[in-house]
Design a protein around this ligand. Structure first.
Ligand code: CUA
Length: 313
């Protein structure tokens, strides 16, 4: 297996990957051998014992004890090997070593939020140190999501009202895909994130910096950052295309036709209310699917988003 992985599996970038992969390939090759063996024997026998004339009557078949014992014991042995191997890997995946670095993960419609021990929070970018076991303590603020990083060979449901966890130890630095693999609503397929594996030094510096000093940016730039971070882009475009929600292009100052028949002007107060209480003034033609979770944004963040929307003309 090279750096790029194979047709069957992507590159493995965690300490557990070789174990998972060898089990996968064992099951795979056993299946290939059995499949070819069964199908070719079947084809051969069908040809060998084909009916040669309409009046041909075959001799009675006598069972072979040896054959019957073989086709019971060989599969049982194979299944026990796979069970034993799989159970060991399952335990290794499930039980984290004692000295892990812990990160809190929150899934919500439709983004991932990561919180580090010193309070640093990041969205849709999970930074972890290389060569160090990392444990994720995961929860959901709404529906069931699933945390999946193919190169680490870890996948775990993220559910409301309880914690689940995974652990992994990355074996090289780089940037890798993180997917949500549980259907969680209209923008499930857009719930994409990155895992960024850094050297211990780079990682420490990043965590110490609090993930970059966003608070001091000018409002429109801070808003642009929040537009990405809070995953507004999954539902609201800035180029006029209509997806789940209205596009931000030309939104500010325009007349909005509401579902209840009224018309309002999209000024600062209207946008503020629509962020904090999305169902208060629903625009005609759009479903009431915006999560209420944005009410957790602080005043400066709301102002920043309004300033950003104002610029999308
Ligand atoms: Cu979250 Cu699918």
């Amino acid at each position: 297996m090279g750096e790029k992985g194979t047709v069957w599996l992507p590159e493995g970038v965690s300490t557990l990957a070789p174990e998972i992969d060898s089990l996968f390939y064992f099951v795979f090759w056993v299946s290939v051998v059995l499949f070819l063996g069964v199908v070719s024997t079947m084809a051969y026998l069908a040809f060998r014992y084909r009916r040669r004339s309409p009046r041909e009557i075959p001799a009675p078949v006598k069972e072979s004890t040896l054959l019957e014992v073989a086709w019971v014991t060989v599969p049982v042995i194979l299944v026990l090997i796979v069970f034993n191997w799989g159970f060991k890997s399952f335990i290794a995946l499930g039980v984290a070593p004692p000295d892990t670095y812990d990160i809190q993960v929150r899934g919500r419609q439709w983004l991932w939020e990561f919180e580090y021990p010193n309070g640093t929070i990041a969205t849709n970018e999970l930074r972890v140190p290389v060569d160090r076991p990392v444990r994720l303590i995961m929860s959901s603020t709404d529906v069931i999501h699933s945390f999946y990083v193919p190169v680490f060979r870890v996948k775990q449901d993220v559910v409301p009202n309880r914690y689940t966890n995974v652990w992994f130890e990355a074996t090289r630095t780089g940037e890798f895909d993180l997917f949500c693999t549980e259907y969680c609503g209209t923008q499930h397929s857009g719930m994409l994130a990155k895992v960024i594996v850094l050297s211990q030094g780079e990682f420490d510096a990043w965590v110490e910096s609090g993930g970059g000093d966003l608070e001091n940016l000018p409002l429109p730039e801070y808003g642009a950052m929040l537009y990405q971070q809070q995953a507004c882009f999954t539902c609201h475009s800035t180029d006029g295309s209509v997806t789940i929600g209205p596009s931000f292009q030309g939104l500010f100052g325009s007349q909005r036709q509401l579902a209840n028949g009224q018309t309002v002007v999209a000024d600062e107060n209207y946008i503020r209310e629509s962020i904090l209480d999305p169902q208060a003034k629903l625009v005609q033609g759009f479903p009431p699917v915006m999560p209420a979770s944005y009410s957790a944004l602080n005043e400066r963040q709301v102002s920043a988003l309004i300033a950003f929307i104002q610029e999308q003309q």
